[in-house]
Design a protein around this ligand. Structure first.
Ligand code: ACO
Length: 343
């Protein structure tokens, strides 16, 4: 497998000059639904269908110890709403101050309207642009980069960027290679205009030739689901691709800023698999203590995982003002990207 990451890639948007407008993270929030499912709970559930798994296998191969599943009537926008309220409060703002809403999700409540519009409605906000971004597990990186670009170009001043998922709805519980990996949750940040960065640099990439490696091959047609609407994944191919692109993406955003990996205070990768995160940190020559790890507590929550991990690290006192962060994601599409943040 070879990846030509620089093909068709626009040049850096990094411009630092007097009077420039940037964006900064003003507040973070997250939410996990209360239904916590341990590895042992899954061992018991799968055993009822004659499938074997174990806490040892899941912990050793993935680092996951538990995930949260939302109740059947609870949607991703409902999770996103609570994360959003927490982020807005942390930013010291009111919902009415928000003038852009972007929600990253692959498990929206409806085909349309977007989750962003539903969150807008439930926050009581009227009139500002609101739309979803669909880039699977890189969705939050895509959404943050789009929000940053809109703020920098003067199209918004206070953006709510949300990642919200109910991946439990996509799982095939007769496939032990995937159903133990994913969970539900939401995270959000408020990004606001600033005279210094904030979001220092970012990169986004995609290569649809890898669409077959990770997908949910179903859609809605004529009132029913056409195809198979459960998650399919070639785990070992995904693993190799993920480590390769995450290393390149981190270097790309650092290079754009003229910095080296040693300048990173915290690496906040997509929380899919502890071994992928450790492999990425090793390639960057970062000690494991510099990785924010929350995958053990919520599994892979796709577009929600990076803002969940960020909020956890902010509220836990790990990430502090002045720290330099690399956020990075990889997911179905394939899509990948990174954002360098001066928090
Ligand atoms: N419990 C017990 N055994 C299992 C389980 C399970 N839940 N699942 C698979 N096995 C078995 C397999 O059948 C296989 O048995 P065999 O050797 O007798 O055939 C053995 O374990 C090893 O299977 P592998 O697939 O080779 O295991 P691997 O070490 O590659 O780990 C895993 C599998 C965890 C899926 C790994 O490949 C991985 O993490 N891949 C990346 C997944 C990922 O991060 N996806 C998300 C990124 S993109 C996004 O987030 C949407």
């Amino acid at each position: 497998m070879s990846l030509r990451q620089t093909d068709n890639v626009p040049s850096s948007h990094l411009v630092h000059s007097a009077g420039s407008r940037f964006s900064r993270i003003a507040g973070t929030g997250s939410y996990l639904p209360p239904g916590r499912v341990t590895n042992q709970d899954l061992v018991d559930r799968l055993a009822r269908d004659g499938l074997e798994t174990s806490d040892d296998w899941i912990v050793e191969r993935t680092g996951i110890r538990a995930r949260h599943f939302a109740e059947p009537h609870v949607t991703s926008s409902a999770l996103g709403l609570i994360a959003s309220q927490r982020a807005i409060e942390a930013a010291g703002l009111q919902p009415a101050d928000i003038d852009l809403i972007i929600c990253a999700t692959s498990t929206p409540d409806m085909v349309f309207p977007s989750n962003a519009c539903l969150i807008q409605r439930d926050l009581g906000i009227h009139g500002c642009p609101a739309f979803d971004v669909q880039a699977v597990c890189s969705g939050f990186i895509y959404a943050l980069t789009v929000a940053d670009a809109m703020i920098r170009s003067g199209g918004a001043t206070k953006a709510l960027v949300v990642g919200a998922e109910v991946f439990s709805r996509l799982l095939d519980f007769t496939d032990r290679t995937t159903c133990v990996l994913f969970g539900d949750g939401a995270g959000a940040v408020v990004l606001e205009a600033s005279d210094k960065p904030g979001i220092v640099s970012s990169c986004l990439h995609a290569d649809g030739q890898y669409a077959h490696m990770l997908n949910v091959p179903g859609n809605v047609s004529g009132g029913s689901v056409l195809g198979d609407a459960t998650l399919k994944m070639d785990g070992s191919s995904v693993f190799k691709l993920a480590v390769s692109v995450l290393d390149k993406a981190a270097h790309e955003v650092l290079d754009k800023a003229g910095r080296d990996p040693a300048s990173i205070d915290w690496l906040i990768p997509h929380q899919a698999n502890l071994r992928i995160m450790q492999g990425t940190a090793k390639k960057l020559k970062l000690p494991p203590e510099k990785i924010v790890v929350t995958v053990d507590q919520h599994g892979n929550t796709s577009a929600a995982s990076i803002p969940l991990a960020l909020d956890h690290a902010v509220r836990g006192g790990q990430v502090q003002r002045g720290h330099s962060l690399v956020l990075e994601g990889v997911g179905g599409g394939f899509t990948w990207g990174a954002v360098l943040v001066d928090y």
